[in-house]
Design a protein around this ligand. Structure first.
Ligand SMILES: Nc1ncnc2c1ncn2[C@@H]1O[C@H](COP(=O)(O)OP(=O)(O)OP(=O)(O)O)[C@@H](O)[C@H]1O
Ligand SMILES: [Mg+2]
Length: 217
């Protein structure tokens, strides 16, 4: 479970995140949406323990994994990149296949395309166990087929371990179809929070209505 109370993150005079109360139940899959600069990455990095809140309390499970917005690779081939997490070869190969990268397993990871690299980053994350999975725009570089593989892999991982998932996205498809709860941030504040279909059918604010205009279930 994730429990946030009176959380504020400020940079100088500017408050970039203001969350009076937010609870995420164990096993929930949450999509975080909102415009550039609305605070998605800041929230994920606070949950990951990478940066500190200016005020307030944040409780999370200890065992968590974080995939940053910027994908990266280490030297060596794709299989080796995954095995850096101590996954065995069979597990690395299973993940490569699941993310559609098995034909590249012996290729240099630093030579991958953007979408391939993003899927490799996800393989590395999913080769480890956690109670809280934090993904910053996991499909941003993927084509439609790649994004579908990412969604499936996240869902299979969550089903296997019962972890909580919090992922930011600019993709309506990911927000609507891969999550059971959608939180929309606007200038660091929660503008909408609920089941994706409920937010689309009955947005709480005019802002949330125009933000999700054109989104289709
Ligand atoms: N280290 C920092 N110093 C000052 N301001 C920062 C810092 N990190 C983030 N910000 C500001 O905080 C706000 C929220 O940034 P954040 O990265 O959380 O946005 P985001 O919702 O993830 O946006 P995007 O969709 O572009 O990834 C932005 O206006 C950003 O400029
Ligand atoms: Mg971001």
């Amino acid at each position: 479970m994730v429990e946030i109370r009176n959380l504020k993150k400020r940079y100088g005079e500017r408050t970039v995140l203001d969350l009076p109360q937010l609870t995420i139940a164990q096993g929930e899959t949450v999509a975080l949406a909102g415009a550039n600069g609305s605070g998605k990455t800041t929230l994920l990095r606070i949950l990951a323990g990478l940066i500190k809140a200016t005020a307030g309390t944040v409780e999370t499970p200890e065992q968590k994994l974080y995939m940053p917005q910027q994908a990266y690779a280490f030297r060596g081939d794709l299989r080796r990149n995954i095995q850096l997490t101590r996954a065995d070869r069979a597990e690395a190969d299973r993940l490569l296949q699941q993310l559609g990268l098995d034909h590249l397993s012996e290729k240099k990871a630093t030579s991958l395309s953007g979408g391939e690299l993003q899927r490799l980053s996800l393989c590395r994350v999913l080769s480890q166990d956690c109670a809280l999975l934090l993904l910053d725009e996991p499909t941003s570089a993927c084509d439609a087929a790649g994004a579908a593989l990412v969604v499936k892999a996240i869902e299979a991982y969550r089903a296997a371990c019962g972890c909580t998932v919090v992922m930011s996205t600019h993709s309506p498809a990911l927000a609507l179809h891969a999550a059971d709860r959608l939180i929309v941030l606007n200038g660091g504040n929660v503008e909408a929070d609920g089941a994706p279909e409920a937010i689309l059918a009955n947005p709480e604010t005019q802002w949330a209505k125009s933000f999700t205009a054109g989104w289709k279930l």
